[in-house]
Write a new protein. Structure first.
Length: 209
């Protein structure tokens, strides 16, 4: 018999809400929800939404942004895609399309309110959520993320060091579009990234080869 989590995942993967009952203009292509969860993963990555490559592959972070994120985390691709150890839960499960300038649109508004509370009810074992970008930060941190990604990530120590679970660690999006941000804020790679790797390694257990 399928577990309640497996049944919920079946519902999510069959979802057509953004096409059949959209909040605004309907999704311009067929939905393809992309997420990876389990009852054993203690670490979760909460990103924005799939991009074009992820929509085509069905594999989250299968693009240069994913390569940079894995480097920040200090994990191999094998570790990153081990669903028993790392959950990947974007704010929008489907690729939202692009605007007239070729930039990805925001995550669909229908997705998070419909699925996120129900999904996290099944994921009580999660100890740390990496909040990748402003959409995830505003959802999980609320008013604390009101002043933008830079202010939120700058406050990473206070956010991370709270005792309640799951703890959260805010990150900028690993897109190439943020190269200038990384250059302006060298403390991110000098101070936050080493702590990120330490936290990830503690949750994954064995030391990276």
């Amino acid at each position: 018999m399928a577990s309640s989590l497996e049944r919920l995942l079946d519902e999510i993967r069959a979802c057509r809400l953004c096409v059949e009952a959209p909040d605004g203009a309907p999704l311009a292509h067929q939905p393809r929800p992309v997420l990876r969860v389990s009852r054993t993963a203690r670490l979760a990555v909460a990103g924005q939404a799939p991009g074009t490559r992820v929509h085509a592959s069905g594999v989250p972070f299968s693009d240069p942004s994913g390569e940079r994120l894995r480097d920040w985390m200090g994990v191999t691709a094998e570790e990153f895609y081990d669903v028993r150890r790392i959950a990947i839960i974007p704010m929008g499960f489907c690729y939202p399309g692009q605007d007239s300038n070729g930039a990805d649109l925001p995550p669909r508004r229908e997705c998070a309110p419909k699925w996120r509370p129900r999904l996290f009810e099944h994921l009580g074992q999660i100890e740390l959520i990496l909040l990748v970008g402003g959409y995830a930060q505003r959802w999980h941190l609320g008013a604390e993320a009101t002043y933008g990604v830079t202010a939120t990530v700058t406050n990473w120590r206070e956010i991370l060091e709270r005792s309640e679970l799951p703890r959260c660690l805010p990150l900028p999006h690993p897109s190439w579009r943020n190269n200038a941000w990384l250059e302006r804020h060298p403390w991110f790679e000098a101070e936050l990234v080493p702590r990120l790797r330490k936290e990830v390694r503690a949750l994954l257990g064995a030391r990276r080869a």
